[in-house]
Ligand binder design. Structure first.
Ligand SMILES: CC(C)(COP(=O)(O)OP(=O)(O)OC[C@H]1O[C@@H](n2cnc3c(N)ncnc32)[C@H](O)[C@@H]1OP(=O)(O)O)[C@@H](O)C(=O)NCCC(=O)NCCS
Length: 185
């Protein structure tokens, strides 16, 4: 497998780079957010050791070429968001995922950073297809998928366990999206 060179991608003032040790407290704080806990598959409860593992696994994924988990910062280098790819080199395909810090939402950060990541993956890694799975009930993530040009390719009924603020749980449908290079907006 080919290692992925240390990435430093830019989109105006946004910068995408690998997560580092110094980001651990910030990543730990963001991953406490109820929406991140509900809609993504980060560990729950999320502890500092989970962020430490994320940083270590991100470095390993880049080294092995199996993934590109990146964080998004502005000039102050404080983590605002994460956007990352799992990469299947054999199929030249990938799966993307993202979260944005609560106070940084609705500023276009998920769309802009993920668009930059996908453009890099299509152009530099020659990926031909990227998948995105989002809970059907997650309006933000479905809007991000549509804004990027993803096509809804199927619904997996009751594929996800959803936890709500009042402590209740129930299963929810999952939307499966796909995108090819020519479809990226
Ligand atoms: C979903 C999430 C990543 C969106 O990040 P964001 O930076 O706020 O998204 P953007 O600002 O790029 O918004 C993109 C589009 O989504 C829409 N959108 C964002 N959040 C929304 C919400 N909660 N409800 C409805 N629409 C929403 C925006 O209006 C925008 O639409 P537009 O292009 O038509 O204007 C963020 O809310 C988040 O981190 N949620 C918790 C974790 C999560 O759900 N991750 C995805 C798991 S699949």
């Amino acid at each position: 497998m080919t290692a992925i060179e240390v990435l430093d991608l830019r989109d105006d003032e946004l910068r995408l780079r690998p997560p580092l040790q110094r980001d651990i407290p910030r990543i730990t704080a963001i991953c406490q957010d109820a929406e991140v806990q509900r809609w993504t598959r980060v560990p729950s409860p999320y502890r500092e050791e989970d962020a430490r593992a994320f940083v270590r696994l991100a470095a390993e994924a880049l080294e092995s070429g199996r993934g590109a988990p990146l964080v998004v910062v502005r000039d102050d280098d404080v983590v605002l968001a994460a956007t990352g790819l799992r990469i299947d080199r054999r199929d030249l395909s990938g799966q993307v995922g993202y979260w944005v810090a609560p106070e940084a939402r609705r500023q276009g950060i998920a769309v802009r950073s993920t668009r930059r990541l996908l453009r890099w993956a299509f152009e530099e890694l020659s990926l031909a297809y990227v998948e995105l799975v989002a809970a059907a009930e997650n309006p933000g993530s479905n809007a991000v998928a549509r804004a990027l040009g993803f096509t809804l390719e199927g619904v997996a009924a009751e594929a996800m366990l959803l936890r709500f603020d009042d402590g209740t749980e129930r299963r929810g449908d999952v939307n499966r999206y796909g995108i090819r290079p020519r479809e990226l907006t």
